[in-house]
Write a protein that binds this ligand. Structure first.
Ligand code: ADP
Ligand code: CDP
Length: 240
């Protein structure tokens, strides 16, 4: 499948049209950003890590009955996906308190959240991705109450699958952000599932293996991401 016109250049991916009006090509670039684009860098190979991990999780979720936009890999950083009408919500799942939750509310960093939380931010860089409540979601016509319930249920199911998987790798799946879109009259998982959009902590030491390494200058982000990829590869060797 050949890349056609560039449709959108985001902070970390470029999205192209294809010969098929129902399919898009997403190229995972080496750019990394934090704090709504205030901090920016490029690390050679970072896009490949995120594309590889995203493809692995999309396949795993499909096998477990979650519909996703994933069609296949064209090369190691290039994914063929179904074109979705994206819903401008960042659906955030949390198993432990961290990040903005601890900043805004009196939770201890790392506090276990059981049952896990699913919250939503309005995806809009200019407005700083503000938290959005259910009534505003309905008033903006983003989702109906039934659809929001479905999205929340999908997010919880995805959370359970990923939490149990990372637990086997010795990692705590702290929190994550996912995005959904419409494909005909269905709502399906889009975008990516990678170290850019989740927090992962070593179960024993609490060490971060995610974008916090970059956000807070905690070390070498490429070796942290690379370690997650290695752990997944090790798991595959033992389980496939
Ligand atoms: P951002 O827009 O946050 O800077 P990216 O650099 O990851 O993010 O850009 C990818 C863009 O493509 C995002 O806006 C995302 O919502 C959108 N997107 C992801 N998957 C699909 C899809 N299947 N169809 C259409 N748009 C998609
Ligand atoms: O990351 P930050 O502290 O700003 O926000 P958060 O609300 O604590 O983020 C929760 C989770 O969603 C983290 O894993 C973030 O990496 C992820 N996230 C994201 O991928 N993209 C965003 N725009 C916001 C959060």
């Amino acid at each position: 499948m050949a890349k056609k016109e560039l449709l959108y250049e985001g902070k970390a991916k470029s999205v192209y049209g294809t010969d098929n009006p129902d399919e898009l090509i997403a190229v995972f670039r080496d750019d990394i950003t934090a704090f709504n684009g205030e901090k920016k860098d490029q690390f050679s190979g970072k896009g490949v890590y995120n594309a590889t991990v995203s493809a692995f999780f999309f396949s795993m979720l499909e096998e477990k009955g979650i519909k996703t936009h994933f069609i296949g890999m064209i090369d190691e950083r290039t994914m063929l996906v179904s074109k979705l009408k994206m819903i401008p919500l960042e659906v955030i799942g949390r198993n432990r308190a961290a990040g903005s939750l601890v900043k805004k509310f009196p939770f201890e960093n790392g506090q276990v959240l059981n049952p896990p939380l699913v919250v939503t931010d309005y995806k809009n860089d200019e407005r700083g991705d503000p938290p959005i409540c259910d009534d505003i979601i309905y008033a903006l016509g983003l989702l109906t109450p039934e659809e929001l319930k479905e999205v929340r249920e999908m997010a919880l199911k995805i959370n359970k699958i990923l939490f149990e998987f990372f637990d086997k790798l010795g990692l705590v799946f702290v929190d994550f952000k996912i995005e959904f879109g419409r494909l005909g009259d269905e709502i399906v998982l889009g975008d990516e599932i990678s170290m850019d959009s989740m927090r992962l902590w070593d179960k024993e030491t609490g060490e971060s293996f995610d974008k916090d390494v970059y956000r807070f200058g905690k070390g070498d982000v490429m070796s942290a991401y690379g370690r997650v990829v290695e752990k997944i590869e090790e798991w595959k060797r033992q389980n496939i």
